[in-house]
Ligand binder design. Structure first.
Ligand code: FCB
Length: 439
């Protein structure tokens, strides 16, 4: 993996990303119970029933962790603020929570790191879930109140902010597939979550504009969908997967419309007068973030709508079983600019892989990660050379962390974490990035 900053446009930002529940330790500092604590307590949901109670203990070790960002020569640190830490019951402020994000912000600035915040990376306080969570339209206003509370404190020092990480995961993965908290498999709940998550995004943007903030964006996760075979049925299902996963959210935020083939299934379950919310949902943003990892091969599966299934593909895979497909990142960068965002800056806000990293003689070799990064950066450069305004690339993740339903087994970090001792050890890929990014 060899490149220099000169291979990218002037001002291009390199960063590393994390999220609150995955690293901080939610048993510390007065944080409230989140939906992930409950989800993990139900057998079968999370590997070894693990939670983020301690995670990587970033709550106490954030200064040393910011040293790792700085020594890696990264420009940006993308982190999330936890609603459950700032407002443990969803409504009442926890001063220690605000203080923590204040200290963390200053720790970044002291090292010349640009703070890039996400307001929600799935840290839903359970009292909000008790009120219906993302099914309840009122969540958009509650989320806007939380947005105001945290950004009134740290918003003056943020480089960039996005309200919600990966609306597809918040809505579809968590309410239709049941794979993430709150673990529902309910099409009606899904339709509401698919809409309310974007309404909350729009209200949060509006709230932050009211605070005088700029450089506000939206962060989506995208999966490229290819038909599993050459039949028209497979092509139709791949297009439907693409619409559910990718186009629903881009269409909502940038065009004020949802794809017709998704409304075929969700329309009857949508909340009343959903069309009236588009003026809020389409609140102008300053950039669009893309989280990209893999592609899927999709075929028909009979049964109820959407009647599709994933088929195993032939490409090299990561430890997660995800195919490595750098072309997908190029495809999304070019397509998003062409069809949705025009000249708006695009940022790759997450990209990376899990590998079975072990320490040997004090070293951790992770060659698959290095070649994955090199291949995806080549896709970014190809898109830039064709005029796509990409302004940054952030790796997931700074360090190994709580990988949701997979617990602590899947290691996505550039820095290894021993979850017994909590010791951090930079992997070979981290050293290579630091070398490539030196000024
Ligand atoms: C993304 C999530 C992040 C992490 C990576 C592997 O979808 O935003 O928290 O789980 O995948």
């Amino acid at each position: 993996m060899q490149f220099t900053r000169a291979d990218f446009p002037e001002g291009f930002n390199f960063g590393v990303a994390t999220s609150s529940y995955q690293i901080e330790g939610h048993s510390f500092g007065g944080a409230g119970r989140t939906q992930w604590d409950d989800f993990a307590a139900t057998p079968g949901n999370v590997k070894n029933a693990e939670t983020g109670a301690i995670a990587a203990d970033h709550y106490h070790r954030y200064e040393a962790d910011m040293d790792l960002v700085a020594q890696g020569n990264f420009d940006c640190y993308r982190f999330s603020t936890s609603w459950a830490r700032v407002m443990p019951d969803g409504f009442t402020v926890n001063p220690d929570g605000l203080d923590f994000y204040d200290r963390l912000t200053d720790a970044m600035l002291a090292r010349g790191i640009k703070p890039c915040a996400t307001l929600y990376h799935w840290e839903l306080p359970v009292p909000i879930l008790d009120r219906g969570g993302w099914r309840n339209r009122d969540i958009a206003d509650w989320f806007a109140d939380y947005t105001h509370t945290i950004m009134a404190r740290i918003g003056d020092r943020m480089h960039s902010v996005a309200p919600i990480n990966e609306p597809w995961c918040v809505a579809w993965l968590s309410h239709f597939m049941g794979a993430h908290a709150p673990g529902l498999r309910d099409i009606r709940a899904t339709a509401r979550a698919m809409h309310h998550v974007l309404l909350a995004h729009g209200k949060a943007i509006h709230t932050m504009r009211g605070l005088g903030m700029d450089n506000l964006g939206a962060v989506f996760n995208f999966e490229w969908a290819d038909p599993a075979d050459h039949t028209p049925e497979a092509a139709e299902k791949a297009a439907l997967y693409d619409a559910i996963y990718n186009r629903w959210f881009l269409g909502g935020v940038f065009k004020g419309e949802y794809p017709a083939n998704v409304l075929d299934g969700l329309g009857v379950h949508m909340p009343d007068k959903w069309q009236d919310d588009f003026p809020t949902i389409t609140a102008p943003v300053d950039w669009c973030g893309l989280n990209y990892y893999t592609r899927k091969l999709i075929g028909p599966d009979g049964g109820a709508w959407p009647g599709l299934k994933e088929v195993e593909g032939p490409l090299e895979k990561t430890l997660m079983g995800w195919e490595i497909y750098p072309e997908g990142l190029y495809n999304f960068l070019t397509r998003t600019a062409r069809e949705y965002t025009g000249t708006l800056p695009l940022t790759v806000t997450e990209n990376g892989l899990a590998s079975p990293d072990v320490i040997e003689n004090g070293r951790i070799d992770d060659p698959q990660r290095s070649s994955y990064i090199a291949a995806h950066l080549a896709s970014v450069r190809r898109a830039i050379s064709e005029g796509v305004p990409v302004n940054g690339y952030y790796l997931w993740s700074l360090m190994d962390n709580y990988e949701w339903a997979f617990g602590y087994e899947q290691r996505f970090g550039l820095v290894h974490v021993d979850f017994d001792t909590l010791e951090r050890t930079p992997k070979a890929s981290y050293h290579q990035m630091a070398q490539n990014l030196r000024r």
